[in-house]
Structure formats: C-alpha cells, structure tokens
Ligand binder design. Structure first.
Ligand code: DQA
Length: 142
C-alpha cells in the first residue's frame, strides 16, 4: 500500500508557524514518527506552496499511489481547481486539517475538497495524519 501525504501552503513552516495553533513539531520530524509507526505502509510526503503544483501532484499521484492524505491548507477554502482535481482522480483522498477549522474564522468553515473526499479528519493536531493513515488501513485500502 502506497500513500502520499500532500501538504499545501505554509505547512513547510510547521514547528515555527503559529505554534499555539499548529504545535512545535516540524512535519519532517512528525513524518519520521509516522514512517516508524506505519512501517508496513509505503509512505511518501510532499509539500508545495503553489496551487497549480498541488493540482499536478494530485493528478500524478493517481498513477503512483493507492491514496492521498491531503491538507491543502488555505487553498481548501478557495480553490475550485484543487476540488476538481480531487474529483477527477479515482484513488481515495482523505482531507485532513491540524486545527479545528470550525472553531476558527468563518472563511475556514468551507472546503472545496470535502464533497469528493473519502473522509475528513479535522482538529486533532498532527495526530490527524495518523488517524487518516489508520482510516486507510481500516477501510481495507492498506
Ligand atoms: C489548516 C487550516 C487552514 O485553514 C489553514 O489555512 C492552514 C492549515 C490546518 O491544517 O489546520 O494553513 O489546513
């Protein structure tokens, strides 16, 4: 089972970015923990700040991976293009968010991705990614 964790804009700054909201750990450090915990799964991690690159990576992943764990970050709330890319690929996409977007500003309450996601995991800190991987295992895709 091959899963891609794909992070969007500003998530490269995890660890230093608004730590009260996103925690103190870099994603690279957390990713090592995930690789250790889920040794039986081929996990890959990618990140870009650029909307079109996220679309390219989602499209490419449909040939290379069994599923995507997607945190499109701010583009979640703005990008019809990323929503369409999720609808276009026929591998399951689990949408994740670190913070509870529903307890934050109104503009974070909507998502262009959720409608076509296999599921959505919101608000458990970095643990949201762990739960997403677990959901692939439990759904029998891993
Ligand atoms: C986020 C929530 C988004 O609203 C925000 O723009 C992010 C991160 C999260 O993981 O909590 O950059 O997707």
């Amino acid at each position: 089972m091959k899963l891609l964790i794909l992070n969007g804009p500003n998530l490269n700054l995890l660890g230093t970015r608004e730590p009260e909201t996103y925690g103190n750990k870099s994603f690279e450090d957390y990713f090592s923990d995930l690789q250790f915990k889920f040794r039986n799964i081929e996990l890959s991690y990618d990140q870009t700040n650029i909307e079109g690159e996220l679309i390219d990576k989602i499209q490419q992943a449909r040939n290379d991976f069994d599923g995507i764990i997607l945190n499109a970050a701010a583009y979640t709330h703005t990008s019809v293009g990323i929503g369409d890319a999720v609808a276009a690929v026929h591998i399951p996409v689990v949408e994740v968010h670190i913070s509870n977007t529903f307890s934050r500003e109104d503009f974070r309450h909507s998502s262009y991705i959720s409608k076509n996601a296999a599921g959505v995991i919101i608000g458990f800190g970095l643990k949201s990614y762990d739960l997403a991987i677990q959901s692939f295992i439990d759904m029998g895709n891993a």
